[in-house]
Design a protein around this ligand. Structure first.
Ligand SMILES: O=P(O)(O)OC[C@H]1O[C@H](O)[C@H](O)[C@@H](O)[C@@H]1O
Length: 292
């Protein structure tokens, strides 16, 4: 798709070796990288800071996962259920996606990106996956943001574990409170996979990596940026909450000292809640964000 086919307020920027769509309407400013189909910026009018966090140390190079925004994890999560898959979190976040359609409805912009088997076969880990799958990402950006990842299975059933790995920008992760998970069971990955139960709101006091078995909306109260962000899952079964904190972040070249400024609240179907997509059928997972 060329610039001339794009609606007013949307531009394709291919400078610096990585392609991205820039969006600017009276309702919103935002950006979507075609590298991994990663939404890297969403700032509804009236918000003084971006709702999404992107590490100042990240690379935007094609083939590298972006540390921030909304990376797509799948079709496996981490090293997969058996712990033997590479690269971590699958090939969706490192593949080069194609723009299939961009439309504008008043001040909202809708972008459809696509990734087919011939395309993801070029990414590490892609060639070994079922060859018929077609992945689609739909992003509707305006005063709210809705991101929906879908897969259409071909002639064979697909095994899918996936997540929208949303990095929400916060003033300081140690000061935020997450509501909506009280009473939910979770797998504590920091404690080696022990199952626990949440009591009260989630407050992060150290490295946190939890897969909550709950899909209700989660609100992130952030005194630092004086706002509350509501994250509502679409077709998910779980919510992942993650921040590595300082010691672990020190070993992550693309994050380092920027770790206090985000919390990941992820819409997920992973581990026991992975899904099998029957031949010829479609499945989707998504997340809707609003900020006030
Ligand atoms: O460093 P990455 O491959 O991007 O993964 C970052 C994190 O993603 C998820 O939140 C997982 O639950 C974590 O275990 C993982 O550390």
């Amino acid at each position: 798709m060329t610039d001339s086919a794009l609606p007013d307020g949307v531009a394709l920027d291919e400078s610096g070796g990585s392609a991205r769509l820039r969006i600017a309407t009276p309702a919103v400013a935002g950006e979507i990288s075609l590298n991994g189909a990663t939404v890297t910026s969403w700032r509804p009018t009236g918000q003084s800071a971006d709702v999404l966090f992107v590490s100042p140390h990240t690379s935007f190079s094609p083939g590298k996962a972006i540390r921030g925004g909304i990376p797509l994890c799948g079709p496996w999560f981490g090293p997969g259920r058996n712990g033997d898959r590479t690269p971590a979190h699958g090939f969706l976040r490192t593949s080069a996606w194609r723009v299939a359609d961009v439309t504008r409805d008043e001040d909202d912009v809708r972008v459809i990106l696509r990734l087919t088997s011939g395309e993801y076969a070029a990414a590490p880990g892609g060639a070994a996956y079922d060859q018929d799958a077609v992945f689609t990402l739909s992003v509707t950006m305006g005063s709210t943001l809705t991101v929906v990842l879908a897969v259409q299975a071909g002639e064979r059933a697909l095994d899918v574990e996936w997540a929208l790995h949303t990095y929400l920008r916060v003033g300081d992760v140690r000061d935020v409170r997450l509501d909506g998970l009280d009473g939910a069971g979770y797998v504590d990955k920091v404690a080696g996979g022990v199952r626990k139960r949440q009591e009260g709101p989630v407050v992060l006091v150290g490295e946190t990596d939890r897969v909550y078995a709950r899909a209700t909306p989660v609100s992130v109260h952030d005194p630092g940026l004086s706002r509350t962000v509501l994250a509502t899952g679409v077709g998910n079964a779980q919510t992942v909450v993650w921040n590595p904190f300082g010691d672990k972040a020190a070993g992550m070249a693309d994050l380092g000292d920027a770790w206090p400024h985000f919390v990941c609240v992820e819409s997920a179907r992973v581990l026991d809640d992975h899904l099998t997509v029957a031949p010829g059928t479609r499945a989707e997972i998504g997340q809707r964000l609003s900020a006030e």
